[in-house]
Design a protein around this ligand. Structure first.
Ligand SMILES: [Zn+2]
Length: 225
């Protein structure tokens, strides 16, 4: 086992096997990485333990079900529409989409360590771009915090969807048209327009990224119609 193998295995999150422990015990760099990873996991767990707002459970069991269904139906339609252009994704690496992937690889852990913003504050901050209720209609919001990104303040969101986890970068001051894509080191990113801004979606599964992107596009379309 070398350092690269160790760090890849660590990020895969399957726990530390014996061969990994043997390497760590004789490698200062991987020991530091391991400690940071443990701190990150702890911070993520804390982020998950945010107090549940009043009426949240009720909303989760009633309204969002219909809303989620609507989003998923809209997402499926959008996917078909996007399908014809999907080869462009493979051919073109958009710089902003690549920056979103870089954020996840280099900054996400730090952003989570810094702590989430109060949910009430997040609702106000995102209301004009991509309301928290819309995010909640697509998945479970696990973390929201402001962060410097692409020369402005973006909102970093960790969203758990049934098929896994995606990271969002909500950019209130970056309006755009169309869809931008990038692929890098097993990560996929799409950037789509929202109301008055845009949102980058990053995940390990391209189909999941596209379906979340489709849901947000559907939201943007209903708002401007
Ligand atoms: Zn090492």
């Amino acid at each position: 086992m070398n350092c690269l193998d160790y760090r890849r295995a660590l990020l895969a999150g399957t726990g530390e096997a014996d061969a990994m422990r043997v390497h760590r015990l004789q490698c200062a760099g991987c020991t530091a990485e391991w400690q940071e990873h443990a701190a990150f996991e702890g911070a993520l767990r804390q982020a998950l333990e945010v107090p549940v707002p009043e009426g949240f459970a009720e909303r989760m069991t009633t309204v969002p079900v219909a809303r989620r269904r609507r989003f998923l139906a809209a997402a499926a339609t959008t996917l078909v529409a996007v399908g014809a252009g999907s080869y462009a994704w493979l051919a073109r690496q958009d710089p902003l989409a690549l920056a979103c992937i870089d954020f996840v690889m280099k900054e996400e852990a730090k952003s989570i360590m810094m702590g989430a913003m109060p949910r009430a504050e997040a609702r106000v901050a995102l209301a004009g771009t991509l309301p928290v209720e819309v995010l909640e209609g697509v998945g479970q919001v696990r973390h929201i915090s402001p962060c410097p990104f692409n020369g402005a303040t973006a909102y970093h969101v960790v969203l758990a969807v049934p098929q896994g986890k995606v990271t969002l970068l909500v950019m209130p001051s970056a309006p755009m048209r169309g869809v931008r894509h990038a692929d890098k080191e097993g990560m996929h990113a799409a950037v789509v327009a929202t109301k008055n801004g845009s949102v980058g979606i990053v995940g390990a599964d391209a189909a999941v990224v596209m379906s979340v992107a489709g849901a947000f596009q559907a939201y943007a379309a209903t708002r401007s119609a």
